[in-house]
Design a protein around this ligand. Structure first.
Ligand SMILES: *Cc1c(COP(=O)(O)O)cnc(C)c1O
Length: 403
């Protein structure tokens, strides 16, 4: 017998299927970088729905797009064209290295699409090659194939058997990739910055070496920019910073500004789906793509990304200062996707203490026992960054004493 899952704390939650422990908080509204719970307590939000609300909570552009589109057209079915989907695809291809877009509803689903596209391409152009080299500690989502592509410890056995065909290389070790290339290899897929692993960037040199290797071997290079894309790292996409052009890219999280929208983008030569190969009931629906359009409009407004990069530098400097002050192990990341490296395993305790701060709580994330991750709204202010740092200092000092 498997142990019975603990009861949800709030009576009202007892009908929700238990999948994880949640704090005894019910969020009822949000505005910008702030959330409010059922008691009226406010929280400064450095999680933002897991880096999805790139414009913060209830940004007027997102609300307007949702309400306007909700009263215009919600879903004519994926078998027909609709204006927001066509326009968002056009805009995404215009501001990226890719020629075609397939919309989906989650990062995992976009990655499934990328995996299918690579396998189809391998069948057509590489004698049925199907293996996609991915990386230790990678995170690509929670569908079976995306879990198999991921390198999260324990996931190889959790829902065994896995989907085969995802040999794992080591990030920033080009020889470990080269050693896995064989007749069945069709692609290499990676996150430009491993987010869930604790904000571990792929070096620019490594990304360039990967591009060279995949080009020489005739393999596809696929970047999972579900977390790093849509301005999060200070440029619209992270691959730009390494000066490479991948063949395939997936987007999620920030692309919808909080609503379920994701995308698979590919260069023309890779687009090989035939009628009926790929689809989905909600894919490319105008309600979500209208929001995507409003989000992209904000991100590409003059100076917006430069300001994200500048605030990223500011957050980086303040975290580094705090690290020096408290004898921690520094910080890393790009733009507004950053991590503070603690000296010991007190990250989970910090997340809890931060939530309990009074009068206002602070929402942080601990992707690893000794790492805190920061993924605020791209619209965060320097004053809000300062507020977070003050709360964090308090929390780190108290977590240290308790330990
Ligand atoms: C969050 C994430 C995913 C999964 O996205 P979902 O929308 O949760 O399916 C995939 N890849 C990366 C890099 C992510 O950060």
């Amino acid at each position: 017998m498997i142990a019975k899952a603990p009861c949800a704390p709030a009576d009202q939650a007892s009908a929700l299927m238990w999948i994880t422990s949640r704090p005894d908080i019910v969020f009822t509204s949000g505005q910008g970088s702030w959330l409010t719970d059922q008691t009226g307590k406010r929280y400064l939000d450095f999680v933002q729905g897991w880096a999805v609300n790139c414009l913060g909570h209830c940004h007027p552009a997102v609300t307007r797009a949702l309400t306007d589109q909700a009263s215009t057209l919600v879903n004519p079915s994926p078998a027909f064209y609709n204006p927001p989907a066509m326009e968002l695809a056009r805009r995404l291809t215009a501001c990226s290295a890719f020629d075609r877009v397939f919309f989906a509803n989650s990062g995992a689903e976009a990655n499934e699409g990328a995996i299918k596209l690579a396998r189809k391409w391998g069948r057509k152009h590489r004698q049925g090659a199907f293996e996609i080299i991915t990386f230790e500690n990678a995170f690509h989502g929670r569908t079976l194939a995306a879990m198999s592509a991921s390198g999260k410890p324990g996931w190889d056995t959790l829902y065994a058997p896995q989907v085969p065909g995802f040999p794992k290389a080591r990030l920033n070790d080009i020889d470990s990739v080269r050693a896995l290339v064989g007749p069945h290899t069709v692609a290499v897929m990676l996150e430009p910055i491993q987010g869930e692993a604790g904000v571990i960037p792929a070096d620019d040199d490594f990304l360039r070496a990967l591009r060279t290797l995949t080009a020489e071997e005739g393999l596809l290079l696929m970047v999972d920019e579900v977390q790093t894309g849509m301005g999060r790292v200070g440029t619209l996409f992270a691959y730009e910073q390494a000066g490479i052009v991948p063949d395939v890219m997936t987007l999620g999280k920030g692309i919808g500004g909080g609503v379920p929208l994701s995308a698979l983008l590919a260069r023309e030569a890779v687009c090989c789906f035939e009628a009926g190969d790929q689809g989905g009931t909600y894919n490319g629906n105008p309600l979500m793509t209208a929001v995507g359009l409003a989000v992209l409009e904000e991100l590409t407004a003059p100076d917006f990304l430069a300001e994200v990069a500048a605030k990223g530098e500011y957050l980086s400097a303040r975290l580094l200062e705090l690290s020096r002050e408290l004898g921690l192990r520094g910080e890393r990341g790009r733009g507004l996707l950053r991590a503070l490296l603690l000296a010991d395993d007190r990250a989970a305790r910090c997340v809890e203490l931060a939530r309990e701060l009074e009068p206002a709580g602070l929402l942080l994330n601990a992707p690893r026992p000794d790492i805190l991750r920061f993924m605020p709204a791209l619209t965060i202010s320097r004053e809000e960054i300062d507020l977070m740092i003050d709360g964090l200092r308090d929390v780190l000092l108290r977590a240290g004493k308790a330990a």
